[in-house]
Design a protein around this ligand. Sequence first.
Ligand code: ADP
Ligand code: ADP
Length: 233
Amino acid sequence: GPIAAFEGVSVQYGSVTALDDVTLEIERGEIIGIVGESGAGKSTMLNLLDAATHPTEGRVVIDGTDPQRLSGREIRLLRRRIGMIFQRFNLLGNRTARQNVALPLKLQRTQDPALVAELLDYVGLADRADHYPAQLSGGQQQRVAIARALVTRPGLLLADEPTSSLDTRATEDVLELLAATRRDFGATVVLVTHELDSVAAIADRAAVLEGGVLRSVFPVVRSAARGERDSYL
Ligand code: ADP
Ligand code: ADP
C-alpha cells in the first residue's frame, strides 16, 4: 500500500481552516511535490506526516498505522523512519558538520562514524566534515542537513521549502541530491515548495493546495529526450 495517506483530512486552528477535506495517497518510492502559496496548508500537511499535528476530522495513515493510535514511544520510533529537511537548514551552530550528521544517532544513544563519513562523502562534503555551519555556504549547509536526515535510513523524507534560501546553483545541487536520494536509498520524498520549477525538475507528481483545499494532483512530464538526471535540471 501507500507509504502515507490522507483520508478526508481537515485541520482547524480556531476559526482558521488550514486543511479542508484533503484526500491523497503518497506512493512508496515517489517524489511528490506539494505546491501552493504561503498559508495554503503545506506545512500543516508535513506536520501531519511527521505526526506532530493530528487531524480535526478524517484520518492520516503513515506506513499502515494511524499515529493517533500510537503511544508516545511508538511515535518516537515512527519518527526515526522519517527524515526532515528545512528551509533554514536547522543545523546546530556549535557543532561541526560531522557532529550535526551524527546527532540523530546520538539522540538514540548509538553511533556509526563510518556511516556518518560515508554520508558526508555522498553529499560531497568529505573535505568539510570538521567545518562549523557558519564556515559553510547555504548550499553546503543544506547538504549537511540532507546527510543528517539520511543517517537514520528513513523511508520517508519530508523537505519543507528546502531550496527557498538558496541561489540557483545551490538549488540545482540540492534538487539533484534529493532525486539521487530516492534512487540510491529508495526513499519516498515529499517536497513542499512554492517554486514550481523545483517540482518540474524532480517530482513524479504535483499536488496543488489552495486555501487548504487540494485543487489538483497531476503527473509531472519531463521530456524523455533530455534523458539523464543532470540534464533535466
Ligand atoms: P503553508 O505552509 O502553506 O504556508 P501552513 O500550513 O503553515 O501553510 O498554514 C495554513 C494556515 O493555517 C495558515 O492560515 C496559518 O496561519 C494557519 N496555521 C498554521 N499553523 C497554525 C497554528 N499552529 N495555529 C494557528 N494557525 C495556524
Ligand atoms: P511557512 O508558512 O513558510 O511554513 P510559517 O512561518 O508561516 O512558515 O510557519 C512556521 C510554523 O509555524 C508552521 O509549521 C506552522 O505550524 C506554525 N504557524 C503558522 N502560522 C501560525 C499561526 N497563525 N499561529 C501559530 N502557529 C503558526
